[in-house]
Design a protein around this ligand. Structure first.
Ligand code: SF4
Length: 169
């Protein structure tokens, strides 16, 4: 017991200090927040749809909700139902298995709805293209308002893509 306490005392603290918050995240987030305040009464609800992704895009999407990026503080929320959503954020090429589900999700989202494709797969089918198993690009299945390229797009690219779309509307 004393041996362990002694070791703790001698070793000291090994964790690194937290990096200062990324200024670019704050800048993009605040710019998004202003647009959301004007056009969506302060709250933008996003329904995420995985239409056939490898899950790389989802990992980045999860990251924007972690305690570092924390995009909820800018009024951007992920919701569980398309019926509560202002925007569909779709990843992956659209697999044939997900085509019907995506069309039904799109139909269930109230107008005026925004659709954003996240990642190169959503942009043009990526590595998978069009085949017996894949419809390819998102726009081959539903109308698309914006595409955020990258494989996968980083949280910063995601925020920048959302900001570009919001500023255009
Ligand atoms: S764009 Fe890249 S990370 Fe995203 S689903 Fe396609 S292969 Fe995966």
């Amino acid at each position: 017991m004393f041996r362990i306490f002694n070791k703790i005392r001698k070793t000291g603290r090994l964790t690194e200090p937290l990096a200062p918050r990324d200024q670019q995240v704050a800048r993009l987030g605040v710019a998004c927040q202003k647009e959301i305040a004007r056009k969506f009464s302060g709250s933008l609800a996003i329904r995420m749809v995985d239409a056939g992704s490898c899950n790389g895009c989802e990992l980045e999407m999860h990251a924007v909700n972690n305690s570092f990026y924390d995009i909820e503080r800018f009024g951007i929320h992920f919701v569980a139902s398309p019926r509560h959503a202002d925007l569909l954020l779709v990843t992956g090429p659209v697999s044939r298995h997900m085509q019907a589900a995506l069309l039904r999700t799109y139909a269930a989202t109230p107008a005026p709805k925004l659709v954003v494709g996240m990642g190169d797969c959503a942009a043009d089918g990526g590595e998978f293209g069009v085949s017996y198993a894949s419809c390819g690009a998102l726009e081959n299945v539903i109308p698309v308002d914006a595409v955020i390229p990258g494989c996968p797009p980083t949280p910063l690219q995601l925020l920048q893509g959302l900001l570009d779309l919001l500023q255009k509307r």
